[in-house]
Design a binder for this molecule. Structure first.
Ligand SMILES: Nc1ncnc2c1ncn2[C@@H]1O[C@H](COP(=O)(O)OP(=O)(O)O)[C@@H](O)[C@H]1O
Ligand SMILES: [Mg+2]
Length: 335
């Protein structure tokens, strides 16, 4: 759906050149939710602007739905832009227009008929849950409702892809969750490909299938959210993952109380609900205590992480670790 090949972007800032993106390669599949996470200034918005051709990369190509946006003619580019929906942190609504007119705006630009516009606006208003607010003005809406208008407007011309630039960063946690579940819903109902950029790992965890980590204009890590989240390798990725992990200080390293082997055990999918740990220690006869634990969800996949201390000699601990691994659990010895 989207192929980003070797793009770089250099800005001329008067006396010197600033490299905002360096040799970026990414490919986004049809129907997936792809996340790009990075700190402020990492190059996320620049990358997104290259995907909707608001920015021209200095080198490389961006191919969206089979067309190279870096080489196509201006009138063709205009047509493609209409098929790339975008939502923003600060919504960018027309303050003097009603919800109806905000949603209708891109269709008017595309010269759709009044009847087609009316039918589509009403359909989209139902999809985003604003059918009773069509006559309201943006100032009369909450942040979450404004973003719903933004989403409906972005979907007005049946885009190939929806680009989200920090779409939930101005919202409180509860509203963030409701907007994220709306995005999931739209992705599933319409099969719409979504590219989402954020600096918040919980946003990635809630909705994305795959994630790329961008740092100082470079992609430093990329993969399935489950893999990147459970086995981060780059320091920046580890930092993002720690935003949503429980702190384990005092447990793994310097808990004077613990004398046995301390393990971090990770469950995924159906394993999360099965008594795997109990079955294993019953078999190996090892006793243990739980030091910390949590169960959560990555998109729709449940997972759990617990930190346990095994009581007993090293040989029995090694047998228990092997038995846990043979049941498909991920086991990391912390001490
Ligand atoms: N038009 C521009 N001219 C000069 N520098 C720019 C321009 N746009 C972005 N930058 C610089 O590029 C870097 C990346 O910006 P941006 O993509 O907006 O980061 P992010 O969205 O990750 O916060 C920043 O250091 C920013 O100052
Ligand atoms: Mg940005």
């Amino acid at each position: 759906m989207i192929e980003i090949r070797n793009i770089s972007k250099t800005f001329d800032t008067g006396d010197r050149q600033f490299v905002a993106l360096r040799n970026i390669n990414l490919s986004v599949k049809q129907g997936e939710i792809f996340g790009i996470i990075g700190h402020s200034g990492a190059g996320k918005s620049t990358l997104l602007r290259c995907i909707n051709a608001l920015e021209t990369p200095t080198t490389g190509s961006v191919i969206v739905n089979g067309t190279d946006l870096t080489t196509c003619a201006p009138h063709e580019l205009q047509r493609h832009r209409q098929k790339i929906g975008m939502i923003f942190q600060h919504f960018h609504l027309l303050s003097s227009a009603t919800v109806y007119d905000n949603i209708a705006f891109p269709m008017k630009l595309a010269r759709a008929s009044k009847r087609a516009i009316d039918a589509k606006v009403k359909e989209l208003a139902v999809l985003v849950g604003l059918e009773s607010h069509l006559g309201h003005y943006p100032a009369q809406l909450s942040g979450g409702q404004k973003q719903r208008v933004g989403i409906a407007r972005a979907l007005a011309n049946d885009p190939y892809v929806l680009l989200c630039d920090e779409a939930t960063s101005a919202l409180d946690p509860q509203t963030t969750d409701s907007i994220l579940s709306l995005l999931l819903d739209i992705n599933e109902k319409l099969g719409l490909t979504i590219v989402l950029i954020t600096h918040e790992m919980h946003v990635i965890r809630a909705v994305c299938d795959r994630v790329a980590v961008i740092d100082g204009g470079d992609i430093v890590e990329c993969g399935n959210v489950v893999d990147v989240f459970l086995r981060p390798s780059h320091p920046t990725t580890k930092q993002f993952v720690s935003q949503i992990s429980e702190p384990d200080d005092g447990i793994a390293g310097n808990n004077a109380q613990s004398r046995g082997t301390v393990l971090r055990i990770t469950f995924q999918g159906d394993q999360t609900y099965e008594p795997v740990l109990f079955e294993t220690v019953k078999e190996t006869g090892m006793s243990f205590s739980i030091l910390q634990g949590s169960i959560s969800r990555m998109k729709r996949i449940p997972y759990g992480q617990i930190i346990v201390e095994l009581h007993g000699d090293q040989r029995s601990a090694a047998i228990t670790i092997d038995a846990l691994k043979s049941r498909g659990l991920e086991v990391e010895a912390l001490k």
